[in-house]
Design a protein. Structure first.
Lengths: 743, 500
């Protein structure tokens, strides 16, 4: 009875329906798992925006929601990059903010009271659920087996390589961009397969959305033309290809140019030239195909040769001319650093100083992808086996993104989708062969031999018959199950331990095992927000610019946008110079407070003294005569902060601010810096032009107020000496540069 | 307990806005040359000034005699215009029969001729000629203590100065009067000594209480001033709440009373003369030395309060602890601000929690009529006192509630609130959680309160029928049905361009 009722469910048209329903349920479960596994940080900490860049996105979203779309579009932000300001509306990718704004407005239309912060926090997990669905669609285009799609969706849902950028609170462009990337590729494959204008237009639409959301759209801009180019080289030109590519390129380019930040880049920037070139090429190929249908072979040959030379010559001259005259922008620095990993370190320290721009370490691949990384080559190999147009795409994507992921840590993100596709292809093939009760009989083998058809690849010449032994089936299936379980365990562990920390809030354990939260950042930012003038300018290293803007709501000098290297170098110079040099800089930039991060008391290693060399390097890039990296190293080439630190180091503003008054926490002469593990000089550095305004509970954030000019017109060191009752020094043996008084 | 007749329109059923008493408290305009009629005489007056907290609390007991030939009802109490707005919780009772409740009090506009504004006390029964009544007048004056010196070092003692007149301001002739000033400690470095007002030392000191008087002031014209300044140690924060917004949300479906308090807080004590030093703070905190900074806030909650939260503009404040209490004992929410709040520093935060509605709401004998009894401001508890410059309480009633009335509960002693006619009440509609009409919201606004009003309770009655309760499920049902129908209809449209 049970057998027959199952048959009713599993066979025929109702069987198809049952499987469809099952598939939907599985997909929804995968999406739910994808969302759930990203909520560690919300459950463990709170619903809070993470890290640095998300704070800007959050602030921009709030601005959008409060002031409407048009004023967001025209937003000139005078609270950052003081005194320059930033044309924020024209220098950001608005896709993320607009998406959450739309969601927020829909919810408020339904009168569901949701804080915009919660929309922002949960946007990334929500979209990762959608990514899993898009992954299913993409993979289903690659394989006949529906299980491949489901596996790929599951992998995509929980693989740490993607979770790293999409946990709750990680409100960054990547949060929606990966979904758009995968979905655009799915639509592209659909378009190529069907040669349909509709799918091509949809591809362009989502490509436009992607452009509005993330700078990584250049990856699509280059990958799709490359796919077409390879297909053309393989002699696979077809009207399907022509239709889909031209539709995509024309509509997509127009769409992308609607974003102010992108503007005319698609026709002026070298990064976009391949798409334009392939667009021209495919017109020529189409024309050639057309002509070939009407001309005899010999004449066609001649025509083709001359045309190829002519086009190539013209194109090359044109390109060189345009590049020389500067109509086409040269390659950007980030692009160069993709090819030469040492480039940034020498030429653009500001790019090199960001940890996510470092080359990837090998264990990171295993850490982020676990067993997918070794299934990945197998999957790519299987794409070679039945090399359709879409499989060519997988191969190109795999090769390119493997290289890029090796160059920059953050590009692991673009590798992850294709690894999931390839691994799912490989795994589903194995499971389809081994996870069947069906046992081949000799007849079926004979039949299979008879079915043998002429295929191009030798590996497919012997068709698969099936597995005879239950033992081998059991072993293979069992071991795969173990791998899958280990994968899930690994993903959960990595997500929970490595990627779910908001980094605004630090967690530690008390001796009794309970969690203790170190909340110094917000303590200091909130102090700034409540107890300083609304217009007080805060100077800090650029890492904290977005957080100060978002949490303290005060104008900053530099922030994570890093669009103006000179301005950042100015801050670097102020931090790394003597007080006499720094004070005029601070006055000239209207700085009211200086904020430094100091981890010495707690052993928090991400503090400003550890980043200090980057400040020095960036400043040196602009003022090589005034700031020299060498001066911060001892004669033996060591970077020290203790008694043996160089005078330049000890006199630098950063050093003084970090250790100011620090030794009074300790018995005399026993002050210890727990990050650098050294004993500090017995005497606290003296600050003349700044005074300590606030220090957070664990000393992580220290805020100093810039003193106003002295009422009696003395310079500050004299004023301080007078207040302490010291005898005035004779001005005869004056050393060092004269103090520049401003105002 | 006195029922305040604040009849309110049936806001939603009738749709006619005709609230009689839910309006701005009106102030009586005075003629330009107004002088209170000299129909009373204060035969004896004793003023108790309490300076133990961060605000001034005064109780004046005065024996009033009618010197007119007619029975009189209106007794005028003057305050200078600049002080008048800061007088909070003004209340007058018959001292001999305090349990009879407070007298009705009206307020006046500033008269152009004088710099006084008046509270007009309406005696419930006219006072016959020659007869006497003893009035107990109590009120607090906010923001009248000034820190001297205005800036101190972080670990210094803080001193406050208070200036008042030795002659109690009164509209009538006063025969004898005296003022007792109660200080928080015996450390009173400066105080005015009078020489010519009475024989013997003035003030008389007894522990932390200083007594000015008694003076024989039969010859002194009403309104004469004799300024006295005292300066005393008060090494405690002068906690001032610039604004407290309190939301009480009643949910019949959820059986829940959700409370959220939003505070904008400031310490009005001495500011720091140099900048904040973490080292000093760490050490003094370790020794639990007295300080003029707000170190911690204790927030007692009703028993059974659950899901408390403590957040500010940038997220959760992790330094809070909740002691749920067991059964009958009150729960305690211990909050530590992100940073100590020194003089001149601000801090704003939100706290919220949930309660089981059954403990606060019951249905009256009339069907579909409900009575809600909730704490009006609750607030946090501090031995040094808290002053509230402005309090806005919103009671969000369920969607469809109508015929809303409110009253405050009064006992035999002062509840720290002004009379109900001095509370600005209004009704509005608030849309949330898929409301169609919006929830009836009663907003009460009171200025100048102190933490004496912590225990004050508010009673709200309203009508809410079963059909009102069904409105939302039916709306959602209808909405979903229309979505499904729309999808079905759109799915049936053939948009293909192929011929079939």
């Amino acid at each position: 009875m049970a057998q027959s009722s199952l048959d009713v469910l599993l066979k025929g048209s109702s069987g198809r329906n049952t499987r469809g329903l099952l598939r939907i349920i599985i997909l929804l479960t995968i999406a739910a798992a994808a969302v759930a596994s990203r909520l560690f940080s919300v459950i463990r900490f709170e619903s809070i925006i993470h890290e640095f860049d998300p704070w800007f996105n959050f602030r921009a979203t709030k601005y959008l929601v409060q002031n409407g779309f048009y004023s967001f579009w025209d937003w000139f932000d005078d609270r950052t990059w003081h005194p320059l300001g930033r044309v924020t509306g024209g220098t950001l990718y608005p896709g993320l903010m607009v998406t959450s704004g739309v969601i927020y407005h829909i919810l408020s239309f339904l009168t569901i009271p949701v804080d915009i912060r919660n929309v922002c926090v949960l946007l990334a997990p929500g979209f990762s659920g959608l990514t899993a669905l898009a992954m299913y669609l993409l993979t289903r285009e690659m394989s006949h087996s529906p299980s491949a799609g489901l596996l790929a969706a599951a992998f995509m849902g929980i693989t740490p390589g993607y979770i790293s950028r999409s946990v709750a609170g990680s409100y960054d462009n990547e949060a929606i961009a990966i979904f758009l990337l995968v979905f655009t590729f799915f639509l592209w494959i659909k378009a190529v397969k069907n040669g349909s204008i509709m799918w091509g237009a949809l591809t362009a639409l989502f490509y436009g959305y992607m452009v509005s959301a993330w700078g990584g759209y250049v990856f699509i801009t280059n990958l799709i033309p490359l796919h077409v180019f390879v297909l053309l080289c393989m002699g696979r030109y077809s009207s399907r290809l022509y239709i889909s590519y031209t539709t995509w390129y024309a509509l997509g380019t127009l769409g992308s140019m609607q974003i102010p930040f992108v503007g005319f880049l698609p026709i002026r920037n070298s990064d976009h030239m391949s798409a334009l070139g392939v667009f021209g090429l495919i017109q020529l190929v189409a024309f050639a195909e057309f002509v070939r249908a009407y001309l005899p072979g010999k004449q066609f040959q001649k025509l083709l040769t001359s045309m190829v030379f002519l086009t190539f010559g013209l194109g090359l001259t044109g390109l060189i001319l345009l590049s020389v005259t500067g109509v086409i922008a040269p390659w950007s620095g980030r692009f160069y650093s993709l090819w030469d990993t040492g480039y940034a370190k020498i030429h653009i320290p500001i790019i090199a100083s960001v940890s996510e721009h470092q080359p990837t370490a090998w264990p990171a691949f295993f850490f982020d992808l676990n067993f997918l990384i070794w299934l990945f080559p197998a999957g790519v190999f299987m794409c070679f086996q039945n090399l359709k147009d879409e499989h060519v795409f997988v191969i190109i994507y795999a090769v390119l993104s493997s290289y890029f992921a090796g160059v920059m840590v953050r590009l692991m993100l673009t590798l992850t989708p294709i690894v999931c596709v390839a691994a799912a292809l490989a795994l589903s093939t194995i499971l389809d062969s081994f996870l069947v009760m069906y046992k081949p009989t000799p007849e079926s083998q004979a039949k299979a031999n008879a079915d043998k058809t002429a295929k191009s690849f030798s590996s497919t010449k012997n068709p698969v018959v099936g597995i005879y032994s239950y033992l081998s089936k059991g072993i293979v299936t069992g071991s795969l199950t173990i791998y899958l379980l280990m994968f899930v365990a690994h993903c959960t562990w990595v997500t929970s331990n490595a990627y779910s920390s908001p980094s605004v809030v630090l967690a530690s354990r008390l001796p009794d095992g309970s969690q203790h939260i170190i909340d110094d950042y917000r303590e200091a930012y909130y102090w700034l927000r409540q107890n300083t003038e609304d217009n007080a300018k805060i100077m800090s290293w650029w890492d904290y610019g977005y957080q100060i803007g978002g949490m303290a709501d005060r104008p900053t000098l530099v922030d994570n946008n890093t669009w103006n290297n000179t301005h950042i170098a100015t801050v670097g110079k102020a931090m790394s110079s003597r007080e006499e040099v720094s004070y005029p800089i601070l006055r000239q930039h209207d700085v009211d407070y200086v904020l430094v991060v100091f981890g010495g008391l707690l052993g928090y290693s991400g503090d400003d003294l550890n980043k200090f060399l980057w400040m020095v390097r960036i400043a040196e890039g602009i003022w090589p005569d005034e700031v020299k990296e060498r001066d911060f190293f001892t004669a033996r080439g060591e970077y020290r902060v203790d008694d043996e630190a160089t005078p330049t180091m000890k006199n630098s503003l950063m050093y003084k601010m970090s250790y100011y008054n620090y030794n009074s926490l300790f018995p005399a002469g026993q002050a210890v810096d727990r990050v650098r593990g050294v004993r500090l000089p017995a005497e606290s550095p003296k600050l003349d032009t700044l005074e300590e305004a606030f220090t957070s509970e664990n000393w992580i954030i220290r805020i100093f107020k810039v003193k106003d000019l002295d009422n009696f017109g003395r310079d500050h060191s004299n004023a301080v000496a007078f207040d302490k009752g010291l005898k005035r020094k004779r001005a005869t043996k004056k050393k060092g540069p004269r103090v520049l008084r401003t105002e | 307990m006195r029922f305040f007749t604040a009849t309110v329109l049936g806001l939603l059923t009738s749709g006619v806005a005709a609230a009689t008493n839910l309006t701005t408290p009106s102030r009586l305009a005075l003629p330009a040359d107004f002088k209170p009629p000299q129909v009373f005489k204060n035969t004896n007056l004793v003023r108790n000034t309490n300076l133990e907290k961060g605000y001034v609390r005064e109780t004046v007991n005065v024996v009033v005699e009618n010197v007119d030939k007619q029975p009189q009802t209106d007794y005028y109490i003057p305050f200078p215009t600049d002080v008048f707005e800061r007088v909070g919780g003004f209340e007058v009772r018959d001292k001999k029969a305090a349990e009879k409740g407070r007298f009705k009090v009206d307020v006046t506009e500033a008269a152009p001729s004088s710099d006084n504004q008046y509270f007009i006390v309406h005696l419930p029964e006219p006072l016959a000629p020659k007869s006497q009544i003893t009035l107990g007048i109590s009120y607090s004056v906010l923001n009248s203590l000034s820190p001297r010196p205005a800036t101190i070092q972080q670990s210094d003692k803080q001193y406050l100065a208070y200036t008042f007149s030795a002659y109690v301001p009164s509209a009538y002739q006063t025969l004898t009067q005296k003022t007792k000033v109660k200080f928080p400690s015996t450390n009173v470095p400066d105080y005015t000594t009078t020489s010519d007002l009475k024989t013997g030392t003035d003030p008389e000191r007894k522990g932390a209480t200083y007594t000015y008087g008694p003076y024989d002031t039969a010859k002194v014209a009403p309104g004469t001033k004799y300024p006295i300044t005292v300066r005393y140690e008060f090494t405690n924060p002068v906690t001032t709440v610039n604004l407290l917004e309190r939301d009480l949300e009643v949910s019949h479906w959820g059986g829940n009373l959700a409370t959220e308090d939003r505070y904008w807080l400031r310490n009005n004590g001495s500011e720091l003369s140099s900048q904040f030093s973490r080292v000093d703070w760490t050490f003094s905190n370790y020794q639990r030395a007295p300080t003029s900074a707000v170190r911690e806030i204790t927030y007692p909650l009703k028993p059974g309060s659950v899901d408390p939260y403590f957040i500010d503009d940038i997220g959760n404040i992790s330094t809070s602890r909740y002691r749920p209490g067991n059964g009958k004992t009150a729960a305690n929410l211990e909050l530590k601000p992100r940073y100590p709040i020194f003089g001149g520093w601000n801090y704003s935060f939100k706290v919220g929690w949930n309660n089981d509605l059954a403990a606060f709401l019951r249905e009256t004998t009339t069907p579909d009529s409900w009575v809600l009894k909730v704490p009006l401001i609750q607030g946090f508890k501090a031995s040094e006192g808290v002053q509230y410059e402005r309090v806005v309480v919103r009671v969000v009633l369920p969607e469809g509630a109508h015929n809303v009335r409110f009253q405050t509960v009064e006992g035999s002693s002062s509840n720290g609130l002004p009379g109900d006619n001095q509370i600005h009440a209004s009704l509005s509609s608030y849309k949330t959680f898929m409301d169609t009409l919006g929830r009836t919201t009663l907003t009460l606004e009171v200025d100048s309160l102190t933490d004496e009003a912590r225990d004050a309770e508010l009673i709200v009655t309203y009508d809410y029928t079963f059909m009102d309760a069904l409105r939302k499920p039916l709306t959602i049902f209808g909405g979903l049905i229309s979505v499904f129908v729309a999808i079905w209809a759109i799915g049936n449209i053939d948009v293909s361009i192929k011929k079939r």
